[in-house]
Design a protein around this ligand. Structure first.
Ligand code: NDP
Ligand code: MG
Length: 383
């Protein structure tokens, strides 16, 4: 059996840790080349030892220097700063990259892997939201496959393997911690309330996105690029139990769905093993006595959903600006500087006030747009 060589971007995060667990359960099939994080130096180093990585990289160069000094001459090799990490990816023998860094920070290393024709196991949806056209077109040119890890997109990917073409896809949405509330109930929400997700245990940024429903909005844009579907063919349905991970509807009215307990180790394994299926130590679903419920999303209370859909439909640099403004707004909310309801308001203001009509077909254009939208969000939020 040929062993895959894998790089994990965002190895110390929630998806990164689940990926490490899957890798440990299939050690004969997957070997680790490199691991990347931001500044969790000792945690990354320990993980690198545990998984026998050849190198570990920290985008924060001073965190990298501290880890390197603490473990002089011991493997894995330590790489510091984004440029050196990109270089390590370029010269790596890995054939696959788990893209699980949070936010826009994942774009540059993921693109470096695509340029090398490596397959991308994609959790980091912001990469496709900000740069979907660039990422998918470069992947087509280099032969790099983009296999979804986001649970909804993994479900759709699995259903599409059974039949084509889809009439539409239906993304399921847990509704987040504030499902059933009205805007007036959400005026005084604190970060701790919003970080309390009912069904999934995830990193802080995506957990806030699930509370505003921006996460589902980003996933609409992600689905557009992953599956090449027009926006009117991408629906959203609220399903609080998070058992049906998404669905595909066909011309004949049939709907296929993928079900399972909410556990990221399954979509991670699917992306690694595809088109095989491997045994991973996850709880299997029993439907006896379970009820599955569905309802329409409340777009009035959660305006971020429609905001993201509309940015996606408008296209150009709008999704990139939306993503940047949202990252700034979430950061400000988490540090107590912005009210929960103002997350969507701030994103809307950035989209209204800037000129985001340019083309999103080069890395330079996307980096420039991201920086401009962040600056606009920062200045608007202080007035
Ligand atoms: P976490 O916040 O738990 O982890 C983020 C990871 O990215 C950490 O390893 C962190 O390193 C690293 N990181 C953050 N910023 C940078 C940076 N500037 N440079 C380098 N590394 C960085 O996030 P999640 O695991 O929850 O999510 C990761 C991605 O996967 C997101 O895009 C999210 O939307 C997506 N996703 C997550 C799901 C989940 O279940 N968690 C489900 C579906 C998608 P450090 O520890 O050093 O800060
Ligand atoms: Mg998801």
């Amino acid at each position: 059996m040929r062993q895959q060589r894998l790089i994990i971007l965002g190895a110390t995060g929630s998806v990164g840790e689940s990926t490490a667990q899957v890798v440990e359960s299939v050690r004969d099939r997957v070997g680790i080349d490199g691991l990347v994080a931001h500044r969790s130096g000792e945690r990354l180093w320990d993980l690198g030892r545990r998984l026998e990585a050849s190198w570990v990289g920290l985008t924060d160069a001073s965190a990298a220097a501290a880890v390197a000094a603490a473990h002089l001459g011991v493997r894995p090799r330590v790489v510091g700063g984004m440029d050196a990490i990109v270089e390590a990816i370029r010269s790596s023998p890995a054939d696959r990259v788990m893209a699980a860094m949070s936010g826009f920070s994942g774009l540059v290393p993921t693109l470096a892997a695509i340029e090398r024709g490596m397959d991308i196991l994609l959790a980091n949806k912001e990469t496709l939201v900000a740069a979907g056209e660039l990422v998918t077109s470069r992947a087509r040119q280099t032969g790099s496959r983009i296999i979804p890890v986001d649970s909804e997109h993994s479900a759709i990917f699995q259903c599409l393997a059974a039949a084509q073409p889809p009439l539409r896809v239906i993304l399921t949405c847990s509704g987040g911690p504030f499902r059933g509330r009205r805007q007036s109930d959400l005026e005084h929400v604190r970060p701790a309330d919003a970080l309390n997700h009912p069904t999934w245990n995830m990193g802080r940024k995506i957990t806030i996105d699930t509370a505003t429903l921006m996460n589902k909005g980003l996933e609409i844009i992600e689905a557009h690029w992953l599956f090449g579907l027009d926006y009117e063919r991408i629906g959203v349905i609220v399903h609080p139990e998070s058992i049906v991970h998404s669905m595909v509807e066909f011309e004949d009215g049939a709907i296929m769905a993928q079900l399972g307990e909410p556990d990221m180790r399954v979509p991670i394994e699917v992306a690694m093993a595809w088109p095989e299926r491997w045994a991973v130590p996850v709880p299997h679903l029993s439907l006896v006595g379970r009820s599955l419920t569905f309802e329409a999303p409340d777009e009035k209370t959660f305006p971020a959903l429609a905001l993201a859909r509309s940015a996606g439909e408008t296209g150009g640099l709008y999704p990139c600006a939306l993503n940047a403004a949202n990252e700034v707004a979430v950061e400000q909310f988490l540090s107590g500087r912005l009210a929960f309801l103002n997350i969507a308001t701030l994103v809307q203001s950035v989209l209204n006030t800037g000129d985001w009509g340019g083309r999103a077909d080069s890395l330079d254009a996307i980096l420039e747009c991201d920086a401009r939208a962040r600056a606009a969000a920062a200045s608007l939020s202080t007035v």
